[in-house]
Design a protein around this ligand. Structure first.
Ligand code: 5AD
Ligand code: SF4
Length: 440
């Protein structure tokens, strides 16, 4: 009987992708994936450090594992990911959470098999949280999640040092994979039945620096791989996005007309203090250029509310920006102080209550805009890539439009993995309800 591994992943797509590699490496040493931690011989928490909430959740869940470890003393508990690259966090885990066997950082992912092997042999605490700029380790096995979409990392790390962000400290310097390795992974995913490829990087637009290839060129090559029905990518940084990229997107039918372009805020003083490298005017210029190449493009963004020093008057510029751009989706966050980043020592000028009230206002404005945009989809016929059964309603299938909008409709299992036409009959704020469209 094989041993079992349970993996819990926090945070972004990059962590999800790392967990797929952990699953792949675990299989090579005899661990099959399981979905209930009670059944596991090895539990891995792959952590996120971007905001404090995510960290608190990890501490809470780790504390709760103590009882399980008491019941099953041979259980191995490993904690990895971005939090482990923060020295104070790794030390705290060692000091307070004595039931944890292994901690390893983002730079030690490729050593997973040896670390587990060591834990199986001895009962000492095992730690590998070295802080290095980062390397690239090709050839790690991957067990992808079920479904029709495969994520492929094209680069790791970040060099931007936005003043609020911990990522450059925990993921190391920007480094791009070789084009050949990326294309081989894409072809392999297609061979295994995946229809949609999501290219991942903290800042995909700086892919290829020092390699004589741009992101736009890479994208064009991925679009030409036989069998790739859809391609998306994230995240784009407004300071690095090129017209060449927009041109490539507009030229290829299988590159989805969707852009995630985090703006973070709409006020020029705050943007400067965040070290974002663009102004709101430059950002509006990019949005206009994207829409001139692709009038129907869907655009999403990330916003931070309550950055230190931001006044409510300055926050009004963010509201104004939302009204002007009219995003399809906004991921909004209240600023979370990250030790060691420049913003951590900057002073607040408004109270937490005022930040919360600004945040709620932003949600109200954006919900209204989302609903207004989705209403324009009524009676439209949209090509939808069918992803599977809805988790909440087994009668219903779910899929996405080219622009990434979630669509729910009734249909049979044979449709899963296909791109079919769906007529939108009932747009909601967060998704679109529809029916399979059959031409008369
Ligand atoms: N506080 C709040 N949000 C943050 N993000 C990054 N760092 C912080 C922080 N300290 C947000 C940014 C980024 C997204 C992934 O997370 O909006 O684009
Ligand atoms: Fe963080 Fe800025 Fe890098 Fe994005 S671009 S990961 S926000 S430092």
């Amino acid at each position: 009987m094989s041993k079992k591994i349970y993996i819990e992943t926090y945070g972004c797509q990059q962590n999800v992708s790392d967990s797929e590699k952990i699953a792949g490496m675990a299989k090579e040493i005899g661990y099959a994936l399981c979905s209930d931690k009670e059944d596991a011989d090895l539990i891995v928490y792959n952590t996120c450090a971007v905001r404090e909430n995510a960290e608190l959740k990890v501490y809470g869940n780790l504390g709760a594992l103590k009882a399980l470890k008491n019941k099953k003393p041979d259980l191995i508990i490993a904690v990895c990911g971005c939090m482990m690259q923060e020295t104070s966090v790794a030390d705290r885990i060692k000091r307070v959470y004595k039931h944890v066997d292994i901690v390893f950082g983002t730079h030690a992912l490729h050593k997973f098999k040896e670390l587990v092997h060591a834990a199986e042999q001895e009962h000492d605490f095992i730690s590998d949280v070295e802080n290095i700029d980062g390397e690239i380790h090709e050839g790690l096995p991957i067990i992808r999640g079920e479904g029709v979409c495969a994520s492929v990392s094209i680069m790791y790390g970040c060099n931007n040092f936005c003043t609020y962000c911990i990522v450059p400290y925990v993921r190391g310097r920007e480094r791009s994979r070789d084009k050949e390795d990326i294309l081989a992974e894409v072809k392999d995913a297609v061979k295994n039945g995946y229809k949609e490829i999501m290219l991942l990087g903290q800042n995909v637009n700086s892919y290829g620096k020092g390699k004589d290839i741009t992101f736009a060129e890479l994208l064009e090559e991925v679009a030409s791989v036989e069998g790739v029905e859809r391609i998306r990518f994230m995240t784009s940084h407004p300071k690095d996005i090129s017209e060449e990229l927009l041109r490539v997107m507009s030229r290829h039918a299988n590159i989805c007309k969707q852009l995630h372009l985090p703006v973070q805020c709409g006020n020029n003083r705050v943007l400067k203090s965040m070290n974002r490298g663009y102004t709101r005017e430059k950002y509006f210029g990019l949005i206009n250029m994207a829409r001139s190449y692709m009038p129907d493009i869907t655009i999403s963004t990330d916003i931070i509310v309550g950055f230190p020093g931001e006044t409510t008057e300055e926050f009004e510029d963010t509201i104004d920006l939302l009204e002007r751009v009219r995003y399809d989706t906004v991921f909004s966050f209240i600023y979370s102080k990250r030790a060691g980043t420049p913003a951590a020592t900057m002073e607040d000028v408004i109270s937490p209550e005022e930040k919360k009230s600004n945040f709620n206002r932003l949600l109200d404005v954006q919900n209204r805009i989302c609903a207004e945009i989705n209403d324009t989809y009524l009676n439209k016929i949209c090509p939808v890539l069918v992803e599977g059964r809805s988790k909440t309603d087994p009668e219903t299938l779910t899929g996405r439009t080219d622009g990434g909008k979630l669509v729910h409709f009734k249909g049979s299992d044979e449709l899963i993995g296909k791109i079919i036409d769906v007529k939108i009959t009932d747009p909601k704020t967060w998704s679109l309800m529809g029916e399979v469209y059959e031409q008369a």
